[in-house]
Design a protein around this ligand. Structure first.
Ligand code: OAD
Length: 234
């Protein structure tokens, strides 16, 4: 169903579920489709624990490039509208698969990061996690001698239980779910919107293209994130 009439003000509790498409208007490529990261790079070489064990320098070269690219981009109007709604209505939940940190840079204070963050490092040996925004990194290794690992949920990694719990809590108590810019190709994240749907929330997909999960949504808004969010914010 196409419906232009969905407005945030008509709902009590909104949850955003976002993917790479939200950051396209900032200049960050998606993962799949034309120009997608996984068309240029094999994730098996750069985005899984096995690759990191085999070639930590190569995996870090890839991630340092992604950090530099994300740092050079600015949040777009879509990020800002989400942040503004969360500012006006603090119970607005934001669940993202994005690792670029742009929602936080736009002013979102509560973001559930399902797939981790480019801006956090984790020591695989002593489990220490810390934020680091330096480009390039001062060191790719912890004081203990082990390579820092990007605190990212790579392919074949389990999702963090706390993030999953926070996401399910928010999804089970919302009356509007707005899914933005995700292909719905990556599980288990792609299944999470079903929690809101099962709870009776109105579900909206924002995406210029049809996806493999479009049929699940009550409303599909075909267009770029910023324009569709602006219409809903009015
Ligand atoms: P994908 O690259 O799979 O999908 C991006 C979606 O954004 C596509 O459906 C596009 O049609 C849509 N899109 C493009 N431009 C848009 C725009 N201006 N406004 C709105 N939507 C737009 O990205 P994800 O679904 O986020 O994992 O991918 C899921 C996960 O796969 C990512 O989190 C990533 C990747 O491996 C990690 O980074 C760990």
């Amino acid at each position: 169903m196409q419906q232009a009439g969905i407005k945030f003000k008509d709902f009590k509790r909104v949850v955003f579920f976002t993917g790479a498409g939200l950051s396209v208007e900032s200049g960050i490529p998606t993962y799949r489709g034309q120009g997608g990261v996984w068309n240029e790079y094999r994730w098996e070489d750069y985005a899984c624990e096995r690759a990191f064990r085999r070639d930590p320098e190569g995996v870090w070269d890839f991630h340092e490039k992604q950090r530099a690219a994300a740092a050079a981009c600015e949040p777009n109007e879509g990020h800002s509208i989400i942040a503004e709604l969360q500012r006006l209505r603090p119970d607005t939940a934001v669940i993202t698969q994005n690792i670029d940190g742009l929602l936080q840079r736009a002013g979102c204070t509560q973001v559930t990061e399902l797939h981790g963050s480019l801006w956090r490092l984790r020591c695989p040996r002593d489990r220490e996690v810390h934020e680091d925004f330096s480009i390039p990194l001062a060191s790719r290794k912890c004081d203990c001698g082990a390579y820092w690992r990007p605190d990212i949920v790579w392919f074949e990694d389990p999702l963090d239980n706390n993030a999953l719990d926070a996401a399910s809590d928010a999804l089970s108590s919302c009356d509007l779910l707005v899914s933005i810019g995700t292909s719905g190709a990556v599980y288990p994240a792609a299944d999470l919107p079903r929690i809101a749907m099962a709870g009776g929330a109105t579900s909206v997909e924002v995406n210029p293209d049809e996806t493999m999960v479009s049929h699940l949504y009550d409303v599909t808004l075909r267009g770029p994130a910023s324009k569709m969010l602006r219409q809903m914010f009015e």
